[in-house]
Ligand binder design. Sequence first.
Ligand SMILES: Cc1ncc(COP(=O)(O)O)c(C=O)c1O
Length: 397
Amino acid sequence: MKIAERLENLPTYIFATIGKRIAALRAAGVDVIRLDIGSPDMPPPDVVIATLNEAALQPENHGYAGFYGDPEFRRAVAHFYQRRFGAALAPESEVLALIGSKEGIQHLPTAFLERGSVVLVPNPGYPTYSNPAVLVGAELYQMPLLRENDFLPDFDAIPAEVLRKARVLWLNYPNNPTSAIADLDFLVEAVAFARQHKLLLAYDNPYSEVVWDGSQPPSILQVPGAMDVAIEFNSLSKLANMAGWRVGMVVGNVEAISAIARVKTNSDTGIFRPIQRAAAVALDLPASWYTERNAVYQQRREVVTRALDRMNLWYAPYEATLYVWAEVPPQFASSAAFTEELLEETGVSVSPGSAFGEYGEGYLRISLVQSEELLREALERWERWLLRKALRMVGKQ
Ligand SMILES: Cc1ncc(COP(=O)(O)O)c(C=O)c1O
């Protein structure tokens, strides 16, 4: 057997690695609390599950569902974008159904990048913007997301020779992993920048409805003229607690959607129709459903931030996403050293900031995907462990 050389440049997906270690610890009897991956623990609303069940009982719903998405699902996406963002989309040409947004994100490099071309990626950032691009031979240009810039990239800092080769600009707000929110003014700037440098602006917006600070995070499609240069990914995973269902969408510029569809139609054969029917219902949930769901995240975040306050650790101040982005306690050499020791010694798993890129070093990401009770338990274990370590240090002096 000979494995292709290109795989040497492809790191194992971080959560696959963490997941293996956790499985081994659990098999050894350790009670692990997972605050690393961002998989919502709450279910979607009953009406969504009932729609899936009903549609699954219909004999005609079990064949291949079509490549681009069920017309009903694509209309529901267009309706959601109209209602939520005031953006008008043609369901048949400006909306494409995806097997979760990760599927479309990983197709994008095949459609737009090649050897010698550059993709501008946020750092820290979601790893799928980078790794599939490396597979097609493209170069990555890392845009640092720094605390002092509110975790927004500085477009002026990107060298002209990079911009000459650049084809794609990735942006993601509300942001994973930092939880930062961008306002419409920043998106206006981003669209102008993409237009000036002839870039495809790929805006990733899966946390658009996971926010509780009273703001409504914008869509890139709210920027006048964005349809000329931009596409937007969104997904039912975080929007309606449907991460395991694998259903999402990419919307926007016709040419870009059709290029991604060309790759996609050669690699899969559509999403189970009952899932699309249920997702269409989920896209039409009343605002009150989000308010109630987000209130749970808000309370969980408070449990975490109160503990971080007690430990005197800085955290990003944004009330959005499933994550708290916090600094690593100063006595640890790296974020990975901290998270490994925390897991091995307390059974609490959080993500090291370095898993999201070099500019994530010094930070860690805590996911709000466990009950308040478990979060409290996890943070108590963490605090007690730090205290014990501190006491041991004092004892040695
Ligand atoms: C920023 C970002 N984009 C995309 C995804 C992929 O989500 P999905 O494939 O479940 O739609 C995630 C998942 O965590 C994410 O955090």
